[in-house]
Design a binder for this molecule. Structure first.
Ligand code: HEC
Ligand code: HEC
Ligand code: HEC
Ligand code: HEC
Ligand code: HEC
Ligand code: HEC
Ligand code: HEC
Ligand code: HEC
Length: 620
């Protein structure tokens, strides 16, 4: 999402500086005089093929099935014109107001408006949608300061959709789509920054289309125009090199195609950046990315001076995306995780080992089920790992030390736990690693065991791991780490990033089952008044997942957006409700549960007083 990538840093240096200048005023006058509102596409980034790109329309006739599966994917609908087909936000909502920011939304004859400005593009179609209006300055877009959440069916202020230090995000921005979002949310985007910071932005296609992954298709289409050539190619099989098939590339090249957008890169030099500002990226699918850009993997800071320099000079940027040991901690960095995995470094793992960009003909799942995460059949489970680690299939329980059917035996739950944050949720780490207590002590990242055993301490996990001969030597633990559940320490003393992950885990069904859920509500109650918007949002969602609490939250009219004063009374009320429900449960000091179901208030207060208030801004 809003990420200060190399391009955005650059944006600040050039666009913002220039845009602020008087030049812009002149531009504004000129464009409005020209009757800027006349035609919607005139004032927004426009689709125009070139550089060998021909668009998905050209592929459909010969590849009906591939076109159909792609059409059902969220990649296709990533960025689209603001037509009734693609807009799902409620533009009948009328006036929206937050923190002195007020906009009026309306819909008229299939067109959408914010105040008097027309909405021309939308970004996002799965979890949330962002709206862009024409600014009238060339093809520059402005962002509506409210975002629509799809599952919750509600508008929230843009400032509250991210895990940001409170008060540190501007409600609205202009020009960001043209120079930042365009790099990952469109196919072959070209910002085309002209004199006086004017923007004549083009894309080969809106959304992530065929050629984003297969490369420019003109030569391929021309070659296959003749039925003879088509027949020959089909009969011969094996491809003819006129187009990239990621499935035939070595695992690293194939994964780099995804890494274009699912990773953080920097330009090789200023010339490359200048070139990009006009012509888009020089990288083409199938290339070795390093030739044109370099991967910003904090895990390699010690080995790569360029990375080391950024980490040293801009630690907030580095650690807003990565844990201290270099594991990715935000969404959209999957390629860093995958390429740091032993299975990739010493084996052939790629994104395509688990993900299927086209649903196979013999896949019996519904299209919608496939489209959600686009995994091969069964690869939402152990099959993804067992395709290479088959020997473990012979004794899963012996390996996991859990009942073979238990959630505690699923490979992903221990080796790819939910330790990344993004899109107002926790996301699976894409670095295949082994759970240790040491990682939690050294980096603050919850380990896989404690993310499910929410009621257990780090001491308990250290003992369980050393019983299996792993995680030796056990790190030294404090008294609290020995006695109190790791989740409770993170929820109370942890920083905002840790609190968000734990708030999410408190609602994760396998964890609620493993740890028992009667003690969780009061801890979520405390997080309902967290200073960080994202933490409150996630806490509310998790609490609603606990039986009986959704109606209580409705009754209390809890809303994470509302002013702090209106939230204060909620935690004690949730605490009372929880106590009334769990008064027959045995006391459990590890989760601060006292006799009669009430929280151990003095310990809670002690831990809250020790909270890590360091400002956290996660750059998803
Ligand atoms: C470096 C690549 C990159 C850039 C730049 C980028 N995004 Fe994204 N964005 C992603 C990826 C990858 C995802 C999917 C994350 C996931 O599903 O875990 C995503 C997801 C999203 C989503 C959620 C989509 C949905 O359907 O729910 C929105 C909205 C979004 N981005 C908006 C933006 C905006 C606005 C910008 C510019 C300010 C931007 N992004 C810049 C890569 C990027
Ligand atoms: C997000 C990336 C992505 C997009 C977008 C995409 N593809 Fe693909 N496509 C792939 C990958 C990866 C494979 C390799 C399949 C595999 O091995 O899993 C593939 C395979 C194919 C193949 C089959 C090659 C074979 O193995 O016989 C065709 C044909 C194809 N794609 C056409 C298209 C068309 C046409 C579109 C657009 C309508 C499209 N693709 C969009 C990633 C993509
Ligand atoms: C005029 C027909 C035609 C058009 C248009 C066409 N293709 Fe193909 N494509 C073929 C044929 C024929 C093959 C040979 C493979 C086969 O059918 O078995 C092929 C193969 C492919 C493959 C697999 C290549 C390999 O090495 O395995 C991909 C990927 C692909 N096409 C993508 C695209 C994309 C993307 C577009 C649009 C930009 C496109 N095609 C447009 C006819 C066409
Ligand atoms: C041009 C940029 C781009 C490329 C190339 C790309 N992606 Fe994405 N991908 C995105 C963005 C942006 C999103 C967010 C879309 C959404 O969820 O609405 C996304 C979403 C996804 C999702 C989540 C879908 C969902 O459930 O919402 C998966 C899985 C994914 N990509 C895998 C891949 C893989 C694997 C490849 C390589 C074969 C790849 N992507 C190539 C930009 C890209
Ligand atoms: C070992 C299997 C595996 C590999 C390899 C893998 N993924 Fe995933 N990925 C998954 C699974 C499983 C999920 C769904 C997680 C869940 O259920 O929450 C997922 C989810 C995602 C999502 C959606 C995250 C979200 O919750 O919004 C994106 C985006 C994604 N993967 C991209 C990639 C990319 C890009 C690569 C390669 C760089 C890759 N994945 C490699 C297994 C894998
Ligand atoms: C494409 C094949 C492939 C897939 C898929 C795969 N791995 Fe691996 N994995 C390997 C290879 C090869 C190694 C390196 C083995 C070696 O060096 O002996 C490895 C190493 C590992 C290691 C580290 C072993 C060590 O000694 O450091 C772990 C843990 C692991 N894999 C777990 C998993 C899990 C869990 C999954 C599924 C989420 C998975 N792997 C998916 C091929 C794969
Ligand atoms: C309950 C947690 C847990 C689950 C579930 C789990 N593992 Fe592991 N795994 C570990 C731990 C801990 C280690 C570290 C070495 C050890 O203790 O044996 C490990 C090590 C590994 C290794 C490297 C060493 C070896 O034993 O070969 C591989 C490969 C591996 N796991 C694959 C898998 C696969 C495949 C699955 C799913 C069938 C799986 N694991 C499920 C905890 C788990
Ligand atoms: C996704 C959830 C999940 C994960 C991850 C998980 N477990 Fe478990 N664990 C369970 C469940 C459920 C049980 C109950 C017995 C069963 O299902 O086998 C359990 C039981 C246990 C037990 C025995 C019961 C007890 O309370 O003494 C131990 C010890 C244990 N797990 C240790 C671990 C360790 C160590 C790890 C990390 C390597 C781990 N678990 C990861 C879910 C999980």
């Amino acid at each position: 999402m809003a990420r200060p990538s190399g391009s955005a840093v650059w944006l600040r240096a050039t666009l913002c500086a220039c845009v602020a200048a008087a030049v812009l005023a002149t531009y504004l006058q000129a464009s409005s005089a020209a009757g800027a509102r006349a035609h919607a596409t005139r004032n927004r980034p426009v689709e125009q093929q070139g550089d060998g790109y021909v668009s998905s329309r050209e592929c459909r006739a010969c590849h009906l099935d591939h076109h159909a599966t792609w059409s059902a994917s969220y990649h296709r609908t990533m960025t689209k014109p603001a037509t009734p087909e693609y807009v799902f936000g409620d533009f009948g909502a009328g006036e929206l107001e937050h923190d002195g920011f007020r906009v009026a939304l309306r819909q008229e004859h299939g067109r959408f408006f914010m105040d008097e400005r027309e909405i021309v593009l939308v970004t996002g179609s799965h979890h949330m949608q962002v709206y862009w209006y024409e600014t009238g300055r060339g093809r520059e877009l402005g962002q509506v300061p409210f975002i629509y959440l799809k599952p919750e069916r509600r508008w929230i202020p843009r400032t509250m959709a991210f895990l940001r230090e409170p008060g540190k995000l501007r409600p609205a921005e202009t020009g960001r789509w043209n120079v930042a979002c365009i790099t990952c949310h469109a196919t072959h985007g070209q910002p085309r920054i002209g004199e006086n910071a004017s923007l004549d932005t083009r894309v080969a296609e809106l959304g992530i289309a065929c050629e984003a992954c297969h490369g420019p298709g003109r030569a391929h289409v021309q070659r296959h125009r003749s039925p003879m050539a088509r027949y020959a190619a089909h009969a011969r099989g094996g491809g003819d090199g006129s187009i990239v098939n990621p499935g035939r590339l070595p695992h690293d090249r194939a994964s780099q195609i995804c890494g274009q957008c699912h990773a953080m890169w920097q330009f090789q030099n200023a010339a490359a950046q200048t070139r990009w500002a006009q012509e888009g990226f020089a990288y083409r699918p199938g290339d070795e990315t390093d030739k044109t850009r370099w991967l910003f993997s904090v895990s390699r800071a010690a080995r790569d001076k360029r990375i080391g320099d950024v980490v040293r000079d801009n630690p907030d940027y580095a650690f807003g995306q990565f844990w201290r040991d270099g594991q990715a901690r935000v969404s959209g960095r999957e390629f860093h995780g995958v390429s740091d995995s032993p299975c990739y470094e010493r084996g052939e793992l790629s994104c395509l080992s688990c993900h299927a960009m086209h649903q196979a003909a013999d896949d019996t799942r519904s299209r919608a089920l496939w489209a959600d995460d686009q995994l091969h059949p069964g690869h939402d489970g152990d099959r993804a790992c067992l395709q290479c680690h088959g020997e473990i299939a012979r004794g899963v329980a012996a390996h996991t030390r859990h009942d073979a059917e238990s959630a505690g035996s699923r490979c992903y739950n221990c080796h790819m736990p939910y330790t990344s944050y993004g899109l107002l949720k926790a996301i699976r780490s894409h670095e295949i690693s082994v759970p240790t207590v040491a990682e939690t002590v050294a980096t603050g990242r919850p380990n896989a065991c404690n993310l499910c055993h929410l009621d257990k301490s780090l001491g308990w996990t250290a003992r369980a791991l050393s019983a299996r001969g792993a995680d030796a030597p056990a790190p030294e633990l404090t008294g609290d780490q020995q006695a109190i559940a790791a989740s409770v320490l993170h929820a109370t003393r942890g920083d905002a990033g840790q609190r968000a992950l734990i708030a999410w885990a408190f609602g994760w069904e396998p964890a609620r089952r493993a740890a028992g859920e009667h003690w969780i509500a009061p801890h979520l109650g405390v997080l309902l008044d967290d200073p960080y918007d994202a933490v409150r949002f996630i806490a509310e969602r998790s609490l609603r997942a606990l039986p009986g609490y959704a109606s209580e939250l409705d009754r209390l009219r809890y809303d994470f957006v509302r002013a702090p004063g209106s939230r204060k009374a909620v935690a004690p009320e949730i605490g009372r409700l929880a106590a009334a429900r769990s008064h027959t449960q045995p006391a459990n000091p590890a989760v601060l549960l006292g006799e009669g179901g009430a929280l151990d208030a003095p310990t809670l207060a002690r831990l809250l007083a020790a909270r890590d208030h360091r400002p956290v801004t996660l750059l998803e």
